[in-house]
Design a protein around this ligand. Structure first.
Ligand code: NAI
Length: 327
């Protein structure tokens, strides 16, 4: 039988962890032929709850689950990791300035990057979910100089899926009929969900909705959906975030479908005027275990302004963590 793939999940005892681990163990992260060994990384206060989740995982008797280990030390947790899902992060506390938030997360993602550098497997693939995800991914990546930079990615797939669903709802189309939507920029309220290359049942999406809906409804609804979920549920998105993480890694490993691209925050090569080295969301396809940015798309003035605004925020965050000596 196949060799198990080591999957490290940080923040394993959190809400997203609880929604994520069972789907990894049942084969949805990597596919139905790939056994997995779970490596759960928590802070010491989270270990007991992670042990409880591990007991439930055992009780599912998943045929593909080849083992579970729990750690509170990053170096041990990332040892031999083939896939790392960096979910645990420091949330913004009341009255916390952005600089404080970036610094607190630097204290998590710097050492985790170093641990990945020291002991992860050659083929390590990293997805950062914990916010601020793009900049946390940048911190981890810069702390892992021996790992190819393009192995560090951040999640905008939830935003992508939210955009698909909003557009389907508006037009009455099935989600599966919508192709080539893009989320550009930062996973934050400045993100730009772009329908100008999207098609619905083969027709240009921009012929089926008007600009007013786009500007005053679609874009803000997608960008502020996280806050709306908190307002309604009293807790932040968890199952949908876990689902998006599954989608992102599944596509990275198995390849995107031939008939549509998707969105992921990956290291910029300078495409579309996004400064090289920033981890920014692009239209992407995956093939042979590597992401590639979809090239040659025409960018209108409207889109240009939105992309530039979100990228400017990423530049500010990068400069802030540079100023703090985190990268
Ligand atoms: P949660 O608070 O329920 O769980 C976080 C877990 O991480 C806790 O168990 C905590 O003990 C653990 N943790 C904290 N520091 C850690 C460290 N240094 N190493 C290992 N574990 C650590 O939070 P939840 O709801 O699971 O969300 C996790 C993160 O995902 C948050 O930062 C949230 O903002 C982010 N998120 C990102 C989304 C995206 O689309 N990129 C969507 C939804 C949430």
């Amino acid at each position: 039988s196949a060799t198990p793939v080591n999957v490290t999940v940080t923040g394993a005892a959190g809400q997203i962890g609880y929604a994520l681990l069972f789907r990894i163990a049942s084969g949805h992260l990597l596919g139905p032929d790939t056994p997995v060994k779970l490596r759960l990384l928590e802070i010491p206060q989270g270990v007991k709850a992670a042990e409880g989740t591990a007991m439930e995982l055992e009780d599912c008797a998943f045929p593909l689950l080849a083992g579970i280990d729990i750690f509170d030390d990053p170096t041990a947790g990332f040892e031999g990791a083939n896939v790392a899902l960096l979910v645990g992060a420091r949330p913004r506390a009341k009255g916390m300035e952005r600089g404080d938030l970036l610094e607190a997360n630097g204290g998590i993602f710097g050492p985790q990057g170093q641990a990945i550098n020291a002991g992860a497997a050659e083929d390590i693939k990293v997805l950062v979910v914990g916010n601020p995800a793009n900049t946390n991914a940048l911190i981890a990546q810069r702390n892992a100089p021996d790992v190819p930079a393009d192995r560090f990615t951040a999640m905008t797939r939830l935003d992508h899926n939210r955009a698909l669903s909003q557009l389907a709802g508006k037009t009455g189309a099935a989600v599966s009929e919508i192709k080539d939507l893009t989320i550009w920029g930062n996973h934050s309220a400045t993100q730009y969900p772009d329908i100008f290359h999207a098609t619905i049942g083969g027709k240009p999406a921009s012929d089926l909705v008007d600009q007013a809906w786009l500007e005053s409804d679609f874009i803000p609804t997608v960008a502020k959906r996280g806050a709306a979920i908190i307002e309604a549920r009293g807790a932040s998105s968890a199952a949908s975030a876990a689902n998006a993480a599954i989608d992102h890694v599944y596509d990275w490993v198995n390849g995107t479908s031939a008939d549509s691209w998707t969105s992921a925050a990956i290291v910029s090569d300078g495409s579309y005027g996004v400064p090289e080295g920033l981890i920014s969301s692009f239209p992407v396809r995956a093939k042979g275990g590597e992401w590639e940015i979809v090239q040659g798309l025409e960018v209108s003035d409207f889109s240009r302004g939105r992309i530039d605004a979100s990228v400017a925020e990423l530049v500010e965050e990068r400069d802030a963590v540079q100023g703090l000596g985190l990268i």
